[in-house]
Every structure is written in structure tokens, then in C-alpha cells.
Design a protein around this ligand. Structure first.
Ligand code: NAD
Length: 341
């Protein structure tokens, strides 16, 4: 099948081509660096499928243009589909498939890395030593042992984060509207309501999907319920946090450490080399200026294992569609409000 692949980086090309060869799928990929949006949609003309990532825009306008030019399948290289207007996709006869599962260790281990990096100030230590500055002033951290960590969203990733932190000797509290027995089995882990989690945690790590209901789950009101000096980690979706309120929380000292791999307006910034440009997002720039903030560019998924899983499932999704098989990873309308990963 002829597939227009958007938001392509060298690594996407390598993993997709390797999986295409390994499975003898013989799909014809046309790689574009451009992000898919209404103004780039005609690049997919005569391609039966488009293959897209988290920051591609599959709103109504884009989908209508794609359909007019012969696209019948959207193959997401992500679990999440909050960037797809499923109603319009259904209306214009475009099927949507995703990668429903890939290495959850990739994201879980990265979240732990962010905690360690912020707590022990490894980003400062690395730069200091390279600068022949061997002073320890300002690098004081805390033992993770015996600290309470609140995990918001105890699905595949949240459970692994809990298991790793249990190894550190942390106490665990979880909040999830759909409790998971695997979480409750970890050490002393227990489910609490969100306000108890916010008030009792030394570290809060977000591992829930973005849904219309939890947009800005972390806002001025929820930040006010947190323990002063709390560490807040978000490797899920940027829009779970109201960034402006987080900035106020950092300035007031309630948020003592802030680690994010995702950002509300990341589609204008992440995955690009903007080192020669003036970034116009003042909120992002202010956030960057704080010494207790760690920002990474949506890279938590980026391990060999996860990339391999993503490429293999994407190829098999496209092959199933071409062969007229049932689509096991199809995203259907009713799922819209329950899962976005
Ligand atoms: P999952 O579906 O296995 O688990 C998500 C859990 O969140 C479920 O148990 C669900 O019940 C719970 N949940 C739903 N709404 C909630 C709410 N309002 N409050 C608390 N919990 C809620 O998903 P997963 O595979 O563990 O992924 C978790 C999230 O990680 C994804 O939704 C995605 O946003 C993010 N993610 C990020 C990256 C990255 O590279 N940064 C990569 C993959 C996934």
C-alpha cells in the first residue's frame, strides 16, 4: 500500500523500513518531514494511507482534504488519538488505527530518570564538573526511601513506575477511576481519592490519558492542595497541566521540582531544532528559566524496544487494512472519551 508518512525523522524511517522488510509487507512509504495539518494534507494525494505521530493535526479540515485525495486509512504511530477528530473520520470514510500497546517500560523508566535527575540535580552536576567546578553547594537532594509517591493513572505505565519505586522503598498512593489489581499488589500501595493523593505525596507522577474531563487536572486549585515543595512529573500529555498555574506554583514554592516530557503547546516546539530561532512562546521560555524545572522533548517513549514495537504494529495495522482483515487496533468513536495515550 502507498503510505504518506508525516513528521518523519531519520529514526522513524529506519524502524519502519526495517519492519517493512522483516515482515515482507512491501508497503511503499513516502516520507515527509512536515507535520500533517490542513496545509500539508495534499502531500498525501494518491496515498491510501497516512502514517502520523502525536503532534500531527487530524482535525476535520485535514481529514476532509485527505479523503478528497483518496486516503482511506490513518495509521497512528502512537497509542494516543486525542489529535484525531474521530467523528469526521467516520463521516468521510477514513479508518483510524493505532499502536495500542508498546513497551511501557520506556516511559516508566524515563519518569524515574526525571525524578532522579531533579532530586539529585544531575543536570547541574554534569555541567559543573565539565566546568571544573567541583563544589557541592546547591546539589543537596533527598532520599527517595520512605517518601510517598502519588501515581495518577495506574495502567500499564503507572504500575511499572510503582514497581520501580517500591524497589526504592517508597510508599505508594494511587488515584484511578478504574482501579487496577496489579497496582494494589505492590508493597503498601493503596488507592486514595485525588485530594488525599495531592495532600500526602512528596512526588506526584501523572500516568493517565488526556480526556475532555481531565484537561488541566493540575490547576491552581489542585496545586493549592499539594505538599509544599512537592515534585511534579508529567510524562503523559501536556494539557493535563495548566502551565500558567504551574508557574505560579513554582514561584510560590509549592512545586519544588517540575519535570515534564510533554507540554501544552508542544506541537509548535518539540521534535524540531529551534536552536537558531527566537522561540515566541513566553510561557515556555519563563518555565525554562527556573533552576528546578526539567523539560524534555516528548522522548519518554524513545527506546529501541518501543520504536520496534511501534513500527511492527504500524506495519501490521496497514497490512490488515490492505488485506481487508478485521482491524484489531482500530480506534472507534465510543473509545474517544476513555482512552488517549
Ligand atoms: P493505560 O491505558 O494502560 O493506563 C491509563 C490509566 O489511566 C488507566 O488505568 C485509566 O483508568 C487511568 N485514568 C483514566 N482517566 C484518569 C483520570 N482522570 N485520573 C486518573 N487516572 C485516569 O495507559 P498507559 O499505557 O499506562 O499510558 C499512560 C499515558 O502515558 C498515556 O495516556 C499517554 O498520555 C502517556 N504516554 C506518554 C508517552 C511519552 O513518550 N511521553 C508515551 C506513551 C504514553
Amino acid at each position: 500500500m502507498k503510505v504518506a508518512v508525516f513528521s518523519t525523522e531519520k529514526y522513524d524511517r529506519e524502524f519502519l523500513e526495517a519492519a517493512n522488510t522483516a515482515t515482507n509487507a512491501n508497503h511503499e512509504f513516502i516520507f515527509h518531514e512536515a507535520r500533517l495539518e490542513a496545509k500539508t494534507a495534499t502531500l498525501a494525494a494518491e496515498c491510501s494511507a497516512v502514517c502520523v505521530f502525536v503532534n500531527d493535526d487530524l482535525g476535520a479540515e485535514t481529514l476532509k482534504i485527505l479523503a478528497e485525495h483518496g486516503t482511506r486509512l490513518v495509521a497512528l504511530r502512537s497509542t494516543g488519538f486525542n489529535n484525531v477528530d474521530l467523528e469526521t473520520a467516520t463521516e468521510v470514510g477514513i479508518k483510524v488505527v493505532r499502536v495500542s500497546v508498546y513497551s511501557p517500560y520506556s516511559v516508566a523508566e524515563f519518569a524515574i530518570g526525571m525524578m532522579m535527575m531533579l532530586n539529585r540535580k544531575l543536570y547541574k552536576a554534569y555541567n559543573r564538573v565539565r566546568d571544573d567546578n567541583f563544589s557541592l553547594n546547591g546539589l543537596l537532594g533527598f532520599d527517595l526511601h520512605s517518601r510517598t509517591v502519588g501515581i495518577v493513572g495506574t495502567g500499564k505505565i503507572g504500575v511499572i513506575v510503582g514497581q520501580i519505586l517500591h524497589g526504592f522503598g517508597c510508599h505508594l498512593v494511587g488515584y484511578d477511576p478504574y482501579p487496577n489489581p496489579k497496582f494494589a499488589e505492590i508493597g503498601d500501595a493503596r488507592y486514595v481519592d485525588l485530594s488525599e493523593l495531592l495532600g500526602s505525596s512528596d512526588i506526584i507522577s501523572l500516568h493517565c490519558p488526556l480526556t475532555p474531563e481531565n484537561h488541566h487536572l493540575i490547576n491552581a486549585k489542585t496545586i493549592a492542595q499539594m505538599k509544599p515543595g512537592v515534585m511534579l512529573i508529567n510524562t503523559s500529555r501536556g494539557q493535563l497541566i495548566d502551565t500558567k498555574s504551574a508557574i505560579e506554583g513554582i514561584k510560590s514554592g509549592i512545586i519544588g521540582y517540575f519535570g515534564i516530557d510533554v507540554y501544552e503547546q508542544e506541537e509548535n516546539i518539540f521534535f524540531k531544532d529551534l536552536s537558531d530561532t527566537i522561540i515566541q512562546d513566553d510561557t515556555f521560555q519563563l518555565l525554562q528559566s527556573f533552576p528546578n524545572v526539567l523539560i524534555t522533548s516528548h522522548q519518554a517513549f524513545f527506546t529501541r524496544e518501543a520504536m520496534n514495537d511501534i513500527a511492527t504494529t504500524t506495519i501490521s495495522n496497514i497490512t490488515d487494512f490492505e488485506a481487508g482483515n478485521s482491524l484489531k487496533n482500530e480506534v472507534k468513536l465510543p473509545e474517544k472519551v476513555t482512552v488517549n495515550a
